[in-house]
Ligand binder design. Sequence first.
Ligand code: NIG
Ligand code: FE
Length: 418
Amino acid sequence: MNKRGPNSFTIDEQNLCITQGRIWMPSHPKADKEGVVTGHQLFIKGKKIEAILPDNEVQSELKSTYTNIKLEGALITPGLIDCHTHLVFAGNRAHEWQRRLAGESYEEIVKSGGGIQSTVNATIEASEQMLYELSLPRLEALVKEGVTTLEIKSGYGLCYDSEFKILSVIKTIKENHKLDISPTFLGAHAVPKAYTTDPEGYLDTVINKMLPDFWHKGLMEAVDIFCETIAFSVEDATRLFKAARELGIPIKAHAEQLSHLGTSELVANFKGLSVDHIEYLQKSDVIAMQHSGTVATLLPLAFYFLKETQKPPIDLLRKYAIPMAISTDFNPGTAPLASLRLAMNMAAVEFGLTVDEILLGVTTHAAKALGRDNTHGKIAPGFMANLAIWEVDKPVEIFYELGTNPLIYRVFEGDITN
Ligand code: NIG
Ligand code: FE
């Protein structure tokens, strides 16, 4: 994976000393105004970052026990974290996109039997092996951009067997790739066709059967729900979150994407990890989020692909110091775009985020959205040695020129690959 040219290599399971790099550590006392620290060496022991030391404090005998990687000025950031994707599914929705291009809305297509349900139909038909194979190019595209942690949701099964199948595929991905995977159960993504007249009955199955079973089988780390007029209500979410709390399961939600329901305030009241989309977020939600530490996950690719005009309230989020994450939301309906760097570019152009906000959004804050903020998303001693190394001068260049790729090395749990 991520091999480049005939001289490609992987160095596994060794202690590394990375020298002559420029390290993006915005809270370091020696950071310049772009958050970059120079004249320091980064030591990795096993899977973790051991130390970051100024050049003049490194003794040569210490260095001799490490494999030296010389960077000649390349920029080191934490490995990127894509904290919201739906990348295990079959089929595509190009035909629906054409309908939207001709003027129909996403809601109209959902109401006519398309939308999530059409991907569910294709996914139910697909074998586990087929779903796995379909996922590979999507996740490889993300990995090639320096992603080292990837959240993947279920949610295109909408019955026990198919949700189980998707979560099993996510588990296989985790076992076969140098990638930190965070699986999320999204059984409450839509009401399946078979339950149209009994949506409560479907939610009962999600809450009483799928949630405890998948949790006890170790197939999920968090539970998500899509709250919208075309999906579940705040009351439904309350039932789900109460059940999750009983089991000790972290929660999150697709919230305020197409309208304001107040799901974000509810998530905050349950001390949830994140609320995602949030174009219609209001002050009452933001105040509750400030108290709970809930992350605001921005999904600019879905905003773009749905031709939304309502933008998330960035100034309000800034005013209340809410951590903002940025993610692809990769999915066949609203964001068939497997590029976190494109999401970063659009967060700048469409939402007006600063370079620092964007880099924090795909590292430190994305880690927090996954409950991994003590171990991932930061270059600091004790954190996982997950890094992306870029042939760029300024941090902004990481997401400035697209179509080309400035990533030169990726470090995953101490293993470096070019
Ligand atoms: O994050 N909003 C709900 N879920 C996905 C879209 C799913 C689909 O249309 O297939 C999202 O945008
Ligand atoms: Fe989503």
